[in-house]
Design a protein around this ligand. Structure first.
Ligand code: IMP
Length: 422
């Protein structure tokens, strides 16, 4: 593994990043989450047991690693304390290996309330996870946010509370009417205070010391606040640049940038999705792929691989390669498809990913159709074990995205995958 590897989701999230972070963590010393909060749900299967992490980096179960949550993340403190206790059942969680940035922002009960209210009254709801993510980032940029460092200090908490009460009568009412909830919220600071530190400095120091760093993205590039399908996006920078902004280190030092995509596409929540299927193939993906949200349990919308979107994400992030995950789920289909371009009623054929969601909404996919395969691929570890139709599918993906498929995922367990070129 190179000294710094960044791994991000290359679609609308839920690409199966957790498993690959877990695998790459074997060779890493430090693993950092740089954006998002407990809207994420990273599923891991360790010794046959399913584990879902929402805020703690997925590499935490490798006891030789340290994990960091850096400035760009938002923290739900009560949930983080609960998640840390689950992690503790399997490995040590101590301040030497768990670094929580004092610069990160805290999701308060007020932010969750605002998220729920906005979803309820919006003309076009986003379909958020209702975890308070958007309002927490909004308050951060309005410079009214509560940082972790302030949250664990009693005078810091008092200052923030006074500022908010002065800023918003609505906040004041909500605070007064929900004192028990707020008391529990403030009490959760005690469970985190030992871990709060200048996490970014610790990450930089570890780089100086020659340690290997793995940066773990949450959500996916198409949910990026700037480059995704706005407004149907999350509120953080899910693209590779988010990592530099969140931790503060030189992009020059990064040697490997990897995107994780499924061999098909899924999306949770609202927003354009040109290759979405409402037919038997979509049901096949949904059922066989267990496509239900790890955080909210919502069914995920399913469709063919969108090669236009993946090409855009690949080059906008400068991937060295993409991991094509869950290819085993496509087994059993007579035909498989890859979207190579869009057809727009007024603009005609489009080969680039439009910046305007209403343009994307009107696009119809233009597909390249390929013969499917029926053999199960579960757990295959070598390219030459794959049926020739699967290898052709991978080759066409590379042509369409003008990039490289570096690895292929063939099952849920740690060892179920193929490193291409080996
Ligand atoms: P928020 O991040 O809760 O504000 O939700 C904004 C949009 O991002 C919604 O469409 C969510 O379904 C989506 N989203 C947020 N987190 C994830 C994730 O981890 N996987 C997939 N979609 C997500």
């Amino acid at each position: 593994m190179s000294q710094i590897t960044i791994l991000i989701g290359a679609q609308w999230g839920d690409e199966g990043k957790g498993k690959w972070v877990d695998i790459l963590s074997e060779k890493a010393d430090v693993i950092a989450r740089f954006q998002g909060g407990n809207n994420a749900g990273h599923t891991l299967y360790i010794d046959g047991k399913k584990l879902v992490l929402h805020q703690v980096p997925s590499g935490v179960f490798h006891p030789h690693t340290a994990v960091a949550l850096s400035a760009g993340v938002v923290i739900n403190p009560g949930e983080l304390v609960r998640e840390m206790s689950v992690v503790r059942e399997r490995c040590k969680v101590n301040p030497d290996r768990f670094w929580l940035s004092e610069r990160a922002h805290v999701i308060t009960p007020w932010h969750i309330e605002l998220d729920c209210r906005r979803e309820k009254t919006a003309l076009s709801p986003i379909g958020t996870t209702k975890r308070g993510i958007g309002p927490t980032y909004a308050e951060k940029y309005a410079r009214l946010g509560l940082r972790v460092g302030q949250f664990v200090s009693s005078s810091g908490r008092k200052d923030w509370l006074e500022a908010m009460q002065n800023h918003s009568p609505e906040f004041q009412t909500f605070y007064n009417e929900n004192r028990k909830q707020w008391d529990e919220f403030w009490a959760s600071a005690a469970g985190l205070s030992d871990f709060v530190c200048d996490a970014e400095q610790r990450v930089r120091q570890s780089l100086f010391d020659g340690k290997r760093l793995l940066l773990e993205g949450a959500q996916g590039a198409l949910l990026d606040i700037d480059h995704g399908t706005y407004p149907f996006v999350t509120s953080s920078s899910t693209m590779v640049g988010g990592a530099f902004a969140s931790i503060g280190f030189s992009p020059r030092r990064v040697e490997s940038i990897v995107g994780v995509a499924k061999a098909y596409t899924t999306r949770v929540g609202s927003g354009p999705f040109p290759t979405e299927l409402n037919d038997a193939a979509g049901t096949h993906m949904s059922t066989k792929g267990h496509e239900f949200g790890a955080t909210t349990g919502r069914p995920r919308r399913c469709g063919w691989l969108d090669g236009v979107a993946l090409r855009y994400v690949y080059h906008a992030n400068g991937f060295d390669g993409v991991i094509l995950n869950k290819i085993d789920i496509l087994s059993g289909l007579d035909e498989v498809k890859i979207c190579t371009a869009y057809d727009h009623p007024e603009l005609g054929r489009l080969t680039h990913f439009p910046s305007d969601s209403s343009v994307l909404e009107a696009c119809k996919p233009i597909y390249r159709s390929l013969p499917g395969w029926h053999q199960p691929l579960d757990g295959m570890t070598r390219l030459n074990q794959l049926p020739k139709q699967t290898r052709e599918f991978i080759q066409v993906v590379e042509e369409v995205i003008q990039g490289k498929v570096a690895m292929v995922g063939t099952g849920v367990n740690r060892g179920d995958g193929i490193i291409c070129g080996e």
